[in-house]
Design a protein around this ligand. Structure first.
Ligand code: CP
Ligand code: NVA
Length: 311
């Protein structure tokens, strides 16, 4: 059997993602009841970080420990990767030592090359192109607060980045609508435009934040300067009209949720009033990274059904 990689939401069917979400909801319930089923006893997850992380790093690490497994934390800089060992050779060697690899690396092509050469599951912990673990946690959070995403309107306000790309991929499967408001200067690249076109008319792309947010059930924004972006001053100037403040948020549905993958740049893409307001669920969203990572890890190791998590 080939290894079960978790690279992009567009690689999955709805039922596969549903399986992972159901596992995550169940694992969360069990954890709150004080149960920590040791489903991944003695498994070792290697975590390679080319860039900074708080949530991804800690949630995978703690998630593995709660499941009875262990982690190895590595940075690209301290590995021979930094001295030009190929990503494929790195994958072949690591596959002989560990049971799974989670990697945060800017180059999506490098992620795919790593997965192509790895005989153990590889999980995408963020690339410049996508952030699928984050959007699975977002969907889990929406389901907890507002029920099914199907037919709901999601508004994405600001930069067109990796988190948006994974939201586009999710929209293809979950039956929601996605209204994107993004300045022309930071319009999605050709690859993402083609993914948007694949979804059809449930995704709209424009530059008017009020139009996108109107009657939305879920409002999402993210940093204006993603890891790997260089033109910070220019971005902050061009994206300023896309700040989610109380005036803009007032156009959303009265019970709309606000999400942000964090870290937030308060006063830039979102004001304190919105991110700390009663409709913000950003810390539930951050917590759910833990539960969804555990579910993704279980799925990668072939654990799919709820029966398997009964002690
Ligand atoms: N949202 C997210 O991926 O956070 P970190 O960069 O802290 O991992
Ligand atoms: N879009 C952001 C997400 C950080 C979790 C970035 O790539 O830096």
């Amino acid at each position: 059997m080939t290894a079960r990689h978790f690279l992009d939401l567009k690689d999955f069917s709805l039922s596969e993602l549903r399986t992972i979400l159901d596992l995550a909801h169940a694992l969360k319930t069990r954890l709150k009841a004080g149960e920590r089923p040791r489903l991944l006893q003695d498994k070792v997850l290697a975590m390679i970080f080319e860039r900074q992380s708080t949530r991804t790093r800690v949630s995978f690490d703690v998630g593995m420990r709660q499941l009875g497994g262990e982690t190895l934390m590595l940075t690209g800089q301290e590995m021979q990767l930094a001295r030009e060992e190929t990503i494929e050779d790195t994958a072949r060697v690591m596959s002989r030592y560990v049971d799974a690899i989670m990697i945060r690396i800017l180059s999506h092509d490098d992620l795919l090359d790593l997965a192509g050469a790895s005989s153990v599951p590889v999980i995408n912990g963020l690339t410049r192109r996508s952030h699928p673990c984050q959007v699975m946690a977002d969907i889990m959070t929406f389901e907890e607060h507002s029920g099914s995403l199907e037919g709901k309107k999601v508004a994405w306000i600001g930069d067109s980045n990796n988190v948006l790309a994974s939201w586009v991929h999710a929209t293809a499967l979950f039956g929601n609508r996605l209204a994107i408001a993004c300045p022309k200067e930071y319009w999605p690249d050709q690859g993402l435009l083609s993914d948007i076109a694949d979804v059809g008319d449930r995704v709209t792309l424009g530059s008017d934040p009020v139009e996108a947010i109107s009657d939305a059930d879920l409002v999402i924004t993210d940093t204006w300067v993603s890891m790997g972006d260089t033109d910070e001053g220019e971005r902050r100037r061009i994206l300023k009209p896309y700040r989610v403040d109380t005036r803009l948020f007032s156009h959303a549905a009265t019970d709309a949720l606000f999400m942000h993958c964090l870290p937030a740049h308060r006063g830039d893409e979102v004001t304190d009033e919105v991110i700390d307001g009663p409709q913000s669920v950003v810390f539930d969203e951050a917590e759910n990274r833990l539960h969804i990572q555990k579910a993704i890890l279980c799925w990668a190791f072939g654990i799919e059904n709820l029966e398997a998590i009964k002690e």
